[in-house]
Design a protein around this ligand. Structure first.
Ligand SMILES: [Mg+2]
Length: 251
């Protein structure tokens, strides 16, 4: 199937957007931090949503009074410990049927992947290997051939910039749409001139996501055709306004 509009790269956030892991990431990080830093810091009540994995570690360990230099020194050795714990936590929840793909996600991904004017990407605060583990645990097996991850940067907007740079290596003229569940997803889309579609399946409601400046907000992704039309029309508008601004549409 092909469309007449521009080629569009749709970047998906993971947690709260594609899937829900029932706290597997939090549990895994807690045990990894305790093993490597001797404390999980103020993790009780700490808000993970919209944050990148390295940002979470730095904030929690700063909160525990650990010096920045020491946090950075131990960080590389913490990730393998975290991934091993994550594998374990995900498997326990998967076996208990507690990992869920969010409503409409499978249908939307199938609809997008069936179009030759659409390409998929990931834009997530998860480090890359954690992203892959979570997708596999939720049974999402399709390939996102381009991505930006928490392993690329602590800063979500920088992750978005890197993801777009990678995308441009595979196709010169694309319009970019970011789909996410937090104001941070909307902000990182803004930072790179991408359109932002927000979905209220995480911790943030429709009104809050609208207030954050999303171009479109959905309660969930259940209405495949409506979401698809929205993504394609935002992409068309993005490339039209880029053309009007006198550049090649790749900005
Ligand atoms: Mg999220």
């Amino acid at each position: 199937m092909s469309g007449s509009g521009p080629r569009v790269r749709v970047f998906f956030d993971i947690d709260g957007t594609l899937l829900y892991t029932d706290g597997a990431g939090r549990a895994a990080l807690r045990s990894a931090l305790e093993a490597v830093y001797g404390t999980a810091g103020p993790i009780e009540g700490y808000y993970f949503h919209g944050k990148t994995d390295p940002q979470i570690v730095v904030e929690l360990m700063s909160g525990a009074g650990i010096a920045a230099k020491e946090i950075a020194r131990r960080l590389p050795s913490m990730w393998p410990v975290y991934l091993e714990a994550l594998r374990r936590e995900l498997e326990a929840r998967r076996a208990a049927g507690r990992i869920t793909t969010l409503p409409g996600v499978s249908e939307l991904l199938a609809a997008l992947v069936g179009r030759d004017d659409v390409a998929l990407g990931l834009l997530t605060g998860n480090i890359e290997e954690a992203a892959r583990l979570k997708l596999a645990a939720a049974g999402i097996t399709l390939t996102f051939d381009v991505g930006g991850f928490g392993s690329d940067s602590e800063d979500r907007s920088e992750i978005a910039r890197i993801a777009i740079e990678r995308s441009r290596r595979s196709a010169k003229r694309e319009a970019f749409v970011v789909v996410g569940d937090t104001p941070e997803d909307v902000a990182c889309a803004r930072a790179v001139n991408a359109r932002a579609v927000a979905v209220a399946t995480g911790r943030h409601g429709v009104a809050e996501l609208e207030a954050a400046g999303a171009d479109a907000v959905f309660e969930d992704l259940r209405d495949t055709q409506r979401v698809l039309r929205c993504v394609l029309s935002l992409a068309a508008a993005a490339s039209a306004s880029a053309a009007e601004a006198g550049n090649d549409g790749s900005r």
